[in-house]
Unconditional design. Structure first.
Length: 244
């Protein structure tokens, strides 16, 4: 096998490679943040007592789960500027297009995760919090949100890892993330094994770091859950607000 360790280690420390890793991380974090925010909104619409809002949320989830992320990426980059003149401006970069497409795609999956999490929370806790005189906004931030985070950390962590890998799709619109930088370097050196191995190592490291963070988050919120286990809805609400 024609494998040169010197080329491999050179790839790992290449400034171009490291810059690609930086863009990959930035795109993952930004797209995931917007995707989670939009997903929470869609989940709340799915739980709305008003049927038209539920229908809109269901339609959004259906469309974005049915159509591949790559199709949305190409649509946002190539077709959206033709439909909306505002997207023809200089601000609309490949990074912006990738962020929009990946965030909207993630929102559909995050919405279902959030909806499942909301359904798993005892309705009596919300009623008990309201009985204590807490306004709806405080009920959500002090009672609902901590439990919602705890039950959604595992599935959303999987979504984060998926998002990290989906950023490689942005190479098709010339965003110079990790895969695009790898392909550029391979095209100039023809060292396929070394450069793709280096890219794989970076993906493994990034995912491993996040898995450690995930474990710490789970440990934190499992501790909160144990502190309030086996209590009534009213007592649980009081304990949750005290813990926060």
């Amino acid at each position: 096998m024609d494998f040169k360790p010197s080329v491999f280690f050179e790839a790992l420390t290449s400034p171009a490679f490291i810059d690609g890793v930086r863009i990959t991380i930035l795109l993952t974090v930004v797209a995931m943040a917007f995707g989670l925010a939009l997903g929470l909104v869609v989940a709340l619409l799915r739980a709305s007592p008003w049927a038209p809002l539920r229908a809109v949320a269901w339609g959004y989830i259906w469309v974005f789960r049915a159509i591949p992320a790559l199709v949305w990426l190409l649509f946002v980059w190539d077709a959206l500027p033709q439909l909306v003149p505002a997207f023809k401006g200089d601000w609309f970069s490949a990074f912006a297009a990738a962020t929009i497409a990946l965030a909207m795609n993630e929102a559909a999956y995050a919405a279902e995760v959030f909806r499942g999490g909301l359904l798993s929370i005892d309705e009596g806790q919300r009623l008990a919090a309201r009985a204590l005189g807490m306004p709806p906004s405080r009920v959500f931030t002090k009672v609902i949100a901590p439990q919602l985070i705890r039950v959604t950390i595992p599935p959303l962590s999987n979504d984060f890892i998926t998002m990290l890998k989906l950023t490689s799709l942005a190479s098709v619109i010339s965003l110079q993330e990790l895969l695009a930088r790898t392909q550029t370097l391979v095209a100039s050196t023809f060292r396929f094994v070394e450069y793709f191995s280096a890219a794989a190592i970076y993906y493994l490291v990034l995912v491993s770091i996040f898995m450690v963070i995930q474990a710490q988050l789970e440990r934190r919120f499992v501790w909160i859950s144990r502190q309030t286990a086996g209590t009534s809805a009213l007592s649980r609400v009081r304990q949750l607000t005290a813990l926060r």
